[in-house]
Design a protein around this ligand. Structure first.
Ligand code: SF4
Length: 210
């Protein structure tokens, strides 16, 4: 069923499946800063770091605490994010890119402030590792579709790793298609009447699609 869904989505959307960044470290910084905020706020914080010449692991670590706080303030939750950015900066100075994906993932998950979605975003978009990123859009969309799977992070990720070839480019594309559809039609209040996917078992009643 998942293959059919994505084949339909591909007919309607052609989203960018890349992460807007100039370096793998910038991807990781973006993945941390985007927690609980929108991308416009992240862009402001990243631009502040660029203006300070601090968008690098050493750059982040060498900034005074008050400078770093001021730079990332637009992204919110800045005290917590400051701690996580420093952890990520140290990780980038020490990690071995040849390490197995699972080992890198475990190391990322051991850092303060890094959960599964952030760790997997870094693995996929910064390091091109083939891991499917499960975000709130993905869980909402699949739940409405009524797929009979465990609707938690691990359950959804395992399903994608089983159904599709384990490939970084493909996982980026699938994620981008879900995001695109979730912004266009399968919104918080879904626009089911306009939707080309008509087989949702659990579409909310306020968005009745029949
Ligand atoms: S029919 Fe409604 S709930 Fe189903 S994918 Fe489309 S917008 Fe979402």
């Amino acid at each position: 069923m998942l293959e059919e869904i994505f084949s339909e989505l591909r007919k309607h959307y052609d989203p960018d499946s890349w992460w807007p960044a100039e370096s793998s470290f910038e991807v990781a910084v973006g993945a941390v800063l985007t927690q609980n905020t929108n991308w416009n706020n992240v862009k402001k914080a990243i631009n502040n770091l660029k203006e300070l010449g601090a968008l690098s692991p050493l750059g982040v670590l060498n900034l005074e605490e008050h400078q770093l706080l001021k730079a990332i303030r637009p992204a919110g939750f800045y005290t917590r994010k400051l701690m996580t950015l420093r952890e990520i900066a140290r990780f980038f100075l020490e990690f071995n890119p040849k390490e197995k994906t699972e080992e890198l993932r475990n190391k990322l998950l051991s850092l303060k402030g890094i959960g599964k979605e952030t760790a997997d975003s870094i693995l996929l978009y910064a390091f091109e590792k083939p891991v499917f990123v499960v975000d709130a859009y993905t869980l909402r969309f699949l739940k409405r579709y009524g797929l009979e799977i465990r609707m938690n992070y691990n359950g959804v990720q395992s399903l994608f790793h089983k159904v599709f070839p384990v490939d970084a480019g493909l996982f980026k594309e699938l994620h981008a298609l879900i995001v695109e559809h979730s912004k266009a039609l399968c919104r918080k209040t879904p626009r089911c009447r306009e939707c080309f996917l008509k087989k949702c078992k659990k579409a909310p009643k306020y968005g009745a699609f029949r």
